[in-house]
Design a protein. Structure first.
Length: 461
């Protein structure tokens, strides 16, 4: 599962981990102290009753409704996203949650800016045109509606200049005014740490741009796990940023990422195929050279401004002393929306399912005779797929004091829990929180096991 962690430093002390649905029975009914209880062998009768009140039917109903065609993929600052926000707000109202958005509503409005490469964008090498999305894709950020470049094509291998490696990929070459093609990756039998220090793409790119390159084309960007087809699809999508995000102080020339098929077209007729050049480069040969052909690049971008919304409601706690504290249940409701070609990304598992889960828990809380001692905030955020934007906005503009938030439990499904009962749970971030023992207690009591982080090097939490 993806970890949806808020990035603001003030929030880092509060964020915890993604837990099983039944975890709410131990957390939300409020511990009297900040120290988590020791793991228990079984759930109490009250906890079992509360967990049983979470209805699979509610989760299914909401997941189905949010991923329906009329929701158009719930795009951030798109019409489908607005419909989804209103649907969630209506569910909150029907459950009797108190509004915690703007001006007595459930909605917290957020301004966004978006951009997307248009199908008219082009990259031509010699007499051959490459196909957008399948053979090349523009790399963001995009500073204007139109970005163009033309000039001779030069191949600079990895573009690395390093006395430590006794390597100069730019020797004898002038990149000023040229379309510069460079490889991603590293040669075989080169110390990884030394190469990483010398070949950081940002530094290499800055050197080339500072030397006057008209455009950069990055090749060999894919892998078996993430082929160029995935990169091309992802970067061809609409991209969204917060409306008040600061603009970059500098402008850069066009930067493209090209797949192997596109690169073969670029190298055609130059006396060396792209596959040959790549193989020699990986064997630590410097094969930099002029390719003796012209290229033209034209990147056309649609830029728009719009408004989306977080949806937030609260169930007031029953304890006069503890109700000022809140446990926040979050799930992002946005998916990738609808593309300019009409393609819809329904996002059933990512993350209509998570929204269904938190609403099912809200339903269980509101119908229970025993109310939680702390207040419970249900926060459905937008803009997650574009960099946790809705979460970032709520932290920057909280509708509940952050210093009164005891914990955040985030639900983001990839759908695996629909196939069979959950038997193993990964507590991302459990080692950083005193909720770790709570997780262990609940998982053990439900007859499941705690699994260690399968990808610790990713540092997901």
């Amino acid at each position: 599962m993806k970890s949806k962690i808020l990035s603001n430093p003030a929030w880092r002390k509060l964020r915890v981990l993604l837990l099983a649905v039944s975890l709410f029975t131990s957390t939300a009914f409020g511990q009297a102290t900040a120290v988590a209880p020791a793991p228990a062998a079984t759930l109490t009768s009250a906890e079992k009753k509360a967990a049983a009140a979470v209805k699979v039917e509610t989760i299914r109903e909401i997941t189905t409704a949010l991923s329906a065609k009329e929701m158009e993929g719930r795009g951030t600052a798109q019409a489908g996203g607005d419909r989804a926000a209103k649907y969630i707000a209506d569910r909150f109202a029907r459950l009797g949650l108190k509004p915690l958005g703007d001006a007595g509503t459930y909605l917290q409005a957020i301004k966004f800016n978006s951009n997307q490469p248009l199908p008219e964008s082009s990259f031509k090498a010699g007499d051959t045109s490459l196909k957008l999305g399948t053979e090349f894709v523009p790399a963001p950020p995009f500073f204007s509606d139109l970005s163009e470049a033309s000039g001779p094509v030069v191949f600079v291998t990895y573009g690395v200049v390093s006395p430590e490696l006794k390597r100069d990929d730019l020797a004898g070459l002038d990149v000023k005014g040229k379309i510069v093609v460079m490889l991603n990756g590293r040669p075989k039998n080169v110390d990884e740490a030394t190469w990483r220090k010398a070949a950081r793409q940002q530094a290499v790119g800055a050197t080339l741009i500072g030397s006057g390159a008209a455009a950069l084309v990055i090749a060999n960007a894919g892998s078996k796990q993430q082929p160029f087809s995935v990169i091309g699809m992802y970067l061809s999508r609409r991209r969204v940023a917060l409306g008040d995000a600061p603009a970059m102080a500098i402008k850069i020339p066009p930067i493209l990422i090209a797949g192997s098929e596109g690169m073969e077209k670029v190298f055609a007729g130059t006396g060396m195929t792209y596959a040959e050049a790549l193989a020699k480069a990986e064997n630590n040969e410097i094969v930099s050279r002029e390719l003796n052909k012209q290229a033209t690049i034209s990147i056309k971008v649609r830029k728009e401004a719009g408004t989306g919304s977080n949806v937030v409601g609260v169930l007031e706690g029953s304890d006069p002393k503890l109700k000022d504290q809140a446990v926040v249940y979050t799930a992002h409701y946005d998916a990738y929306g609808i593309d300019s070609d009409g393609r819809i990304y329904p996002g059933a598992a990512d993350n209509a399912l998570g929204v269904g889960e938190i609403i099912a828990m809200a339903e269980a809380f509101t119908k229970s005779r025993t109310k939680p001692r702390r207040s419970i905030i249900f926060l459905a955020v937008t803009g997650e797929e574009h960099g946790l934007l809705g979460a970032e906005y709520w932290v920057s503009h909280p509708t509940w004091p952050l210093d009164k938030v005891a914990a955040n439990l985030n639900f983001d499904g990839i759908g695996t829990e629909v196939y069979a009962p959950v038997k193993r749970v990964v507590g991302f971030g459990a080692e950083h929180s005193d909720l770790g023992p709570v997780l262990e207690a609940v998982v053990t009591a439900n007859g499941a096991q705690i699994a260690s982080d399968p990808l610790p090097e990713e540092r997901i939490f």
